[in-house]
Design a protein around this ligand. Structure first.
Ligand code: CMX
Length: 137
């Protein structure tokens, strides 16, 4: 993997949590965007060498709504920035890693994303993220 691009954090409400991230922790808000394909509204924050992505469910559907119901608010995933996502997916598949989809999907900022099942990644949900995500220079 080339680098960690961002850490995804599930929150019940962007409105309620952003004040803490911006004013208490002093992070800069890079932008807010709806990602209907993933059933979330996201806010990206500049955390220096990486970004934080706050994820608020847009409805009761989708992975983040289900995560909040089962586990509550907290770290949801870690996203690796990759250059050639399809090549990476093939390599990982060959090594027996369980991917959550066969083809990349559209993520925030027009990035192409794919997820690795936490059960084959020692309990961590990893995302592969190609191209720009919100806040990239
Ligand atoms: N991190 C670590 N483990 C997780 C997890 C997470 N985020 N979400 C679920 N799990 C664990 C569950 O605890 C469960 O473990 P146990 O069996 O030991 O209890 C296991 O994974 C399977 O969970 P599940 O309840 O059967 O399955 P879910 O319906 O919760 O789905 C997952 C889990 C990973 C398949 C689903 O969240 C998914 O498809 N994620 C990919 C897409 C996604 O996360 N989109 C949101 C982000 C969008 C964005 O970044 O823009």
């Amino acid at each position: 993997m080339e680098k960690v691009d961002h850490i995804g954090i599930a929150v019940k409400s962007l409105e309620d949590s952003l004040d803490y991230y911006i004013h208490t922790l002093g992070l800069k808000l890079l932008g807010i965007e709806e990602v209907p394909q993933q059933h979330v509204k996201v806010a990206f924050l500049d955390a220096g060498n990486i970004k934080l992505e706050l994820l608020e469910p847009m409805s009761d559907e989708g992975a983040v709504a289900s995560f909040l119901e089962k586990r509550g608010e907290g770290v949801h995933h870690i996203a690796f920035g990759v250059r050639n996502i399809k090549e990476r997916m093939e390599e990982l598949k060959t090594q027996g890693v369980r991917l959550l989809q066969d083809e990349p999907k559209k993520g925030a900022g027009g990035a192409e994303v794919a997820f690795l099942h936490p059960k084959s990644s020692f309990g961590v949900l990893y995302e592969l993220c190609a191209k720009r995500s919100l806040g990239d220079e």
